[in-house]
Design a protein around this ligand. Structure first.
Ligand code: M6R
Length: 612
């Protein structure tokens, strides 16, 4: 949450900062701001998106070769021009951008006010920049040391960049529990919350580690030390992102692009990991830990949001195919519950961004208790990928739309491969079924392709239900997590209240809500409980709801009952979620668009939730 970007070099900073902010906007878009030094400090801040900032700057002076920029997801203080970053110090000499939360800012603020500081904003960030300035002036320190000393006093999470009006040849950057990457050009430096903001300028990067402070100088020198004042050696890596993968191309929205990429991304996730003809699965991280996995007392899967829904599918898969006990946990609950966990447990963290604060904190706790950590992550080099003992990338490429789509199918593909692999190794699935599942997995990209061709039909159904104020999603077995995911997709981008429920559980409460105004989306592709689903649909129809059913091709019985059906190709039950989620993603997309919502940047949300 919040995107930060900085530049120091010989080019004009403004276009670099603005372009970088646009690429980071998925992290938050409540307000945006930039500060550029050119003798004086030019500071521009605006509520709203980066385009609003650009408009408000108009033809004003933006010259300068050093600058910082910020796009905000508000925590302390409402989204407005004043609370927007950068924030400046008392004498206006320092300016600072921040992603994170300074938890003990109130006590510093009171003390600083007593000493004559006046604060304009309600933010924790403004307090930090005043604190740095006070320490710098009081002890006559250089900026880097003042930043270091200030950071030893604060609690919380931060990625910051500080700029000094009186020393326009340096930037100081630091991080703790919020990501920060330094891009190295030719006698120039870029700093950003993630590589997407700088990929068009350089691929050479250093990921700053927790509690490290970097000093970047115009001479092209980079030095890093820890908050405890120990020297660190910068480790230069190559960014593994292609520019086209973070652009919309011919699509109107990133979400649409990412939905339509799924035949390719699911195939990419499975590439080199499966061969049905030769009858093998290789999941790198699992291969190294097969014995640990098969002997584990249980697997605990930790995640948030859509990744949590993927985790639930993982529970069904591991338990059915590999007969391993699984518990699925919301990261935010798990970490504050004093859970019973030890070295006999394997903890799997699932995260698209690899930076979700709650997930990260939960697995740090599990690590302390001795559990083996396994990461299922999309963002290469992210914090969760680095802290886990082993893991697998899902290889679906950068996901920019705030609503997760291709990352979800990547996560589910990976979990499916793992469960089949472990089941076969443990002997809990026979070879014939193992081979059948492998073959079917290889057919999945083609089957997703077939579903995507139904776009016009799904759009037609979207038109029919777009004005609803509520929606209910029902599924059973492997399709229960899909019901949850369908509901989350709808609510987060169209602002229609939606609930996912186990279909049979509906009659224990939600049935009271059903009337002719309630669309009920039923995911009814599991053959083993088909008759039960038919009964559930009848219960809903009797109460006059409009039923939209996702069914296997040729399901005449549900076709007779439902108001609308979306047919999808049949597959083996454990693999169903990879298909049944696709029409729900498409339905949400079209409904949101028809309601005039900002599909890629829905209100109040951010792609990477790096605060608790
Ligand atoms: O990056 P992560 O997978 O850890 O993110 C978890 C959730 O914040 C994320 O899935 C969120 O729920 C999405 N907006 C869902 O579309």
């Amino acid at each position: 949450m919040c995107g930060i970007v900085g530049y120091l070099g010989n080019k004009q900073a403004y276009p670099i900062l603005i372009e970088g902010l646009k690429r980071l906007e998925y992290r938050g878009y409540d307000s945006a701001g930039i500060a550029i030094l050119n003798g004086d400090l030019n500071l521009y801040k605006k509520k709203g998106k980066v385009k609003d900032l650009v408009k408000s700057i108009g033809g004003k002076s933006t010259a300068g070769t050093i600058g910082i920029g910020h796009t905000r997801w508000a925590t302390h203080g409402e989204p407005n021009d004043i609370n927007a970053h950068p924030h400046t110090s008392k004498n206006g000499r320092l300016s600072l951008i921040h992603n994170g939360v300074i938890e003990n800012y109130e006590s510093f603020k009171l003390a600083l006010i007593e000493r004559g500081h006046v604060f304009e904003s309600e933010t924790d960030t403004e307090v930090l920049v005043h604190l740095i300035e006070e320490i710098q002036k009081r002890d006559k320190l250089d900026l880097e040391e003042a930043v270091r000393q200030a950071l030893t006093k604060v609690n919380g999470a931060y990625a910051i960049v500080v700029m000094d009006r009186d020393n326009p040849d340096i930037l100081v950057a630091a991080r703790k529990d919020s990501p920060l990457v330094i891009g190295i050009g030719k006698e120039e430096f870029y700093v950003a919350s993630d590589g997407k903001a700088i990929i068009e300028h350089t691929k050479k990067v250093v990921y700053l580690k927790n509690e490290e402070i970097a000093l970047l100088s115009r001479k092209g020198e980079l030095s890093i030390k820890t908050i405890n004042n120990d020297i660190s050696t910068p480790f230069i890596q190559e960014l593994d992102i292609e520019l086209e993968s973070i652009e919309k191309g011919d699509y109107e929205h990133f979400m649409l692009k990412e939905i339509f990429e799924q035949p390719k991304t699911v195939a990419n996730c499975m590439r080199g990991r499966i061969n049905a003809d030769e009858g093998w699965i290789k999941v790198g991280g699992v291969n190294d830990l097969v014995q640990k996995f098969t002997e584990a007392r249980r697997i605990i899967i930790i995640a948030c949001g859509t990744s949590w829904h993927a985790a639930l599918i993982g529970e069904y898969l591991f338990e059915e195919l590999a007969r391993i006990q699984v518990e699925v946990e919301y990261a935010s609950e798990f970490r504050y519950r004093n859970p019973i966990i030890d070295e006999r447990d394997i903890v799997i963290a699932i995260s698209q961004s690899g930076e979700t604060r709650d997930t990260l904190a939960a697995i740090e706790m599990a690590k302390e208790k001795g559990a083996v950590l396994y990461g299922i992550v999309n963002s290469v080099g992210s914090s969760i990928a680095r802290i886990t003992d082993a893991g697998s990338y899902i290889h679906v490429g950068p996901e920019i739309g705030v609503a997760s789509t291709k990352a979800f199918t990547g996560q589910v593909s990976l979990l499916t491969l793992m469960a089949i692999h472990l089941g076969y190794q443990k002997g809990t699935i026979p070879r014939s079924y193992y081979l059948q599942l492998l073959e079917e997995l290889e057919n999945i990209p083609g089957k997703i392709e077939q579903i995507l061709k139904k776009d016009a039909h799904i759009k037609y159904i979207a038109e029919e239900i777009k004005d609803s104020t509520n929606a209910l999603y029902l599924g059973r077995g492997y399709n229960f997590p899909i019901a949850l995911e369908g509901a989350l997709k709808l609510k987060e981008i169209s602002y229609i209240h939606a609930e996912g429920y186990p279909a049979a559980e509906m009659k224990h409460g939600p049935i009271a809500l059903i009337d002719e105004n309630m669309p009920v989306i039923v995911i009814a592709t599991n053959k083993s409980i088909h008759e039960k689903m038919v009964t559930n649909i009848q219960e809903v129809k009797t109460r006059k709801a409009k039923v939209i059913a996702i069914v296997n091709e040729g399901d005449a019985e549900i076709k007779r009952l439902a108001d609308y059906i979306i047919e999808i190709p049949e597959t083996d039950e454990p693999i169903t979620p990879l298909l049944s989620v696709i029409p729900l993603q498409m339905l949400s997309y079209h409904i949101a668009l028809m309601r005039g919502c900002d599909v890629d940047q829905p209100r109040n949300l951010a792609k990477s939730v790096t605060v608790e």
